[in-house]
Design a protein around this ligand. Structure first.
Ligand SMILES: Cc1cc2nc3c(=O)[nH]c(=O)nc-3n(C[C@H](O)[C@H](O)[C@H](O)COP(=O)(O)OP(=O)(O)OC[C@H]3O[C@@H](n4cnc5c(N)ncnc54)[C@H](O)[C@@H]3O)c2cc1C
Length: 280
């Protein structure tokens, strides 16, 4: 049960959604954008979240686009993780990454827009977008803008107040490159990641992004440069990556920091070895 009342809005355009957000915010309702509701409902039931208004973006046509045109894949924010898994030929690395996020019933409801912008910090589905330099289309009270996804979601999300993520646009140029996506959990296949790595091998070297190790998902050029320095043996590169790690390594109920570091090193070795075997 959710122990509070809230207004429900169903706008038909992104601009209307942003207007409703601004209005509800001015009325002190602490509005939230609403996709599949899996996160909002589970947090509200546990009294970890309170809101006076939700703005459901699932009826906005541009949030429901899933199309390839002129070498670009456009994914609307309302597309579910399950659909990206089912249509994984569109963006294989993305499909392979989201297919083991949460369980089947959550994936059938959870939308990619909310997965990228919600409060759960794992955001495993973000990693493929960081690797192919995707762009995010945002609409907020100040208008519409298109920015590199790395500018607003690499690490701590930094969307403007009331901004709705409407679409993610990715060039298909790198979709055919060899990839590897690995999730390590504490025990079960379906659980939060202790370590999630997604990586792509391009002509210029390996691109790699991480989730679960720290309380932000991220891609780091500094770590990529270390891993691509083939003058060093792989185990030395991995040691250097851990030394240069840009955020504290989590130490929690899922895993201690030393254990996470151990799993990180092994998963990095597995990923790099798998990619080095495959030709571009
Ligand atoms: C039981 C459970 C297990 C999970 N396991 C994992 C896991 O293993 N790995 C992982 O990475 N994640 C995991 N998650 C997180 C999950 O992937 C996201 O919570 C989910 O995808 C959110 O989707 P939703 O559409 O249901 O979000 P909603 O509940 O609709 O919205 C979530 C939040 O995002 C904000 N928001 C939503 N859409 C937008 C938008 N378009 N623009 C701006 N802000 C927006 C909302 O304001 C809201 O606060 C898990 C979640 C649950 C509940």
């Amino acid at each position: 049960m959710i122990a509070f009342d809230f207004d429900y809005y169903k706008p038909r355009t992104a601009e209307e959604a942003a207007r409703l957000f601004k209005q509800a915010d001015a009325e002190g309702k602490q509005p939230l954008y609403y996709g599949g509701g899996t996160e909002i409902i589970s947090m509200a039931r546990m009294n970890q979240l309170r809101t006076g208004a939700v703005i459901d973006f699932k009826s906005i046509p541009e949030c429901n686009v899933l199309q390839t045109k002129e070498g670009k894949l456009t994914i609307g924010a309302a597309i579910t993780l399950k659909r990206l898994e089912d249509e994984m030929e569109l963006f294989p690395l993305l499909g392979a990454t989201v297919r083991d996020v949460a369980d089947h019933s959550i994936r059938c409801k959870a939308t990619i827009g909310s997965h990228l912008c919600g409060k759960f910090y794992f955001r495993e589905g973000l990693l493929p977008f960081l690797l192919v330099d995707s762009e995010a289309v945002l609409v907020g009270p100040e208008g519409r803008r298109t920015v590199p996804i790395s500018q607003i979601l690499n690490g701590e999300p930094c969307l403007g107040k009331g901004e709705l993520l409407v679409q993610v646009i990715s060039s298909e140029r790198l979709f055919g490159m060899p990839y590897c996506t690995v999730k390590k959990t504490k025990m079960e296949r379906i659980d939060y990641p202790i370590v999630r790595i997604a990586a792509l091998r391009t002509e210029q070297g390996v691109r790699i992004a991480f989730s679960g190790v720290s309380d932000i998902p991220f891609r780091s050029r500094e770590l990529e440069n270390i891993l691509n320095n083939n003058s060093m043996p792989l185990n030395e590169r991995i040691e250097r990556v851990v030394q240069a790690w840009p955020a504290p390594i989590l130490d929690d109920l899922l895993a201690s920091a030393p254990y996470r570091t151990f799993v990180l090193k092994n998963t990095l070795s597995e990923t790099m070895t798998a990619l080095e075997r495959r030709r571009v």
